[in-house]
Design a binder for this molecule. Structure first.
Ligand SMILES: [Fe+2]
Ligand SMILES: [Fe+2]
Length: 229
C-alpha cells in the first residue's frame, strides 16, 4: 500500500473552506477536505465543484433531495486518495509516463481505503464514489474494469461530472477546453465512458451545468445535516 505523502505544504489561506460552518456529522469530511486543500489548490477547487455538479445531476435523475445532497457532499471526497500520490506526479507539468499513470491510478484504491469501514452513510457513499469514479461503461476503466450497471449509480453519476469539470478547467499541463469541445467529447463518449441515459440528462442541461461550475462559490454552505444522515 502507498504511504500518505505527509507532511503537507503550508496552508492556502485565501481559499475559503466550503464546509467550514457545518455541524458535527460533517467533521470527518471537513478534516479531510482541509488536508486536501493544503495539498493542491487546483484539486481543491475541482472537488468543491464536483460536489455541486453531482448533487445537481442526482436531483435531475430523480433521486430524493436528501440522497442527492449526500452524494454531493460525498463527491467532494472522490479524489481524496490523491493525498497519497507523490507531488512529483500529482503536480507534474506534463504528461505522465506509463509508470506514473499506474501510480496515479492507485488514488481510487487509496480513497476507498481511507473512506470505507466507517459505517456512516455519508462516508460509505464517498467510498463508493472514490473507488468507482474512473470506471467506464464499456469496462475499460479502472481499478476493477467494471462495466455497465455493475458500476454503482454513485460512480456513474460522478464520472460524468468529473470528466466535465476536469476538461473545463486549466490543468498544470494544458489549458481548459472550450464548452463546445467539452460537449462534443462527452457526446462522443456516450456508451463508451458514460452511462448513456445519465449522459443524456446531463447534456440536456449542459448550459446549466456550465453556469453552475463557473458560478461555484467555494464558500457556499451545503446541506450537511440532510446529507450525512
Ligand atoms: Fe480521480
Ligand atoms: Fe476528479
Amino acid at each position: 500500500m502507498l504511504q500518505l505523502a505527509l507532511p503537507f505544504p503550508a496552508p492556502l489561506p485565501h481559499l475559503p473552506l466550503a464546509t467550514a460552518n457545518r455541524q458535527a456529522p460533517c467533521s470527518t469530511t471537513v478534516t479531510i477536505f482541509r488536508l486536501f486543500r493544503h495539498r493542491s489548490l487546483e484539486t481543491a477547487e475541482h472537488v468543491v465543484t464536483m460536489g455541486v455538479l453531482v448533487e445537481k445531476l442526482a436531483r435531475l435523475i430523480g433521486l430524493q433531495p436528501r440522497v442527492a445532497a449526500r452524494m454531493g457532499l460525498a463527491a467532494q471526497l472522490h479524489d481524496v486518495g490523491k493525498m497519497g500520490i507523490p507531488d512529483t506526479i500529482l503536480n507534474k507539468p506534463g504528461r505522465l509516463t506509463p509508470a506514473e499513470y499506474d501510480t496515479m491510478k492507485h488514488h481510487t484504491l487509496l480513497g476507498r481505503e481511507i473512506l470505507a469501514h466507517s459505517g456512516q452513510p455519508l462516508l460509505d457513499c464517498a467510498a463508493i464514489i472514490a473507488h468507482q469514479h474512473h470506471e467506464r461503461w464499456d469496462g475499460l476503466g479502472y481499478p476493477r474494469r467494471l462495466s455497465g450497471e455493475d458500476i454503482h449509480l454513485y460512480g456513474r453519476v460522478a464520472t460524468i461530472c468529473d470528466v466535465f469539470d476536469a476538461l473545463s478547467r486549466d490543468r498544470v499541463y494544458r489549458k481548459a477546453w472550450l464548452p463546445d469541445q467539452v460537449f462534443a467529447h462527452l457526446e462522443h463518449q456516450r456508451e463508451k465512458a458514460f452511462d448513456p441515459l445519465l449522459l443524456d440528462v446531463f447534456l440536456d442541461h449542459f448550459d446549466a451545468f456550465m453556469d453552475l461550475r463557473q458560478g461555484t462559490n467555494l464558500a457556499a454552505p451545503l446541506v450537511c445535516k440532510e446529507a450525512a444522515s
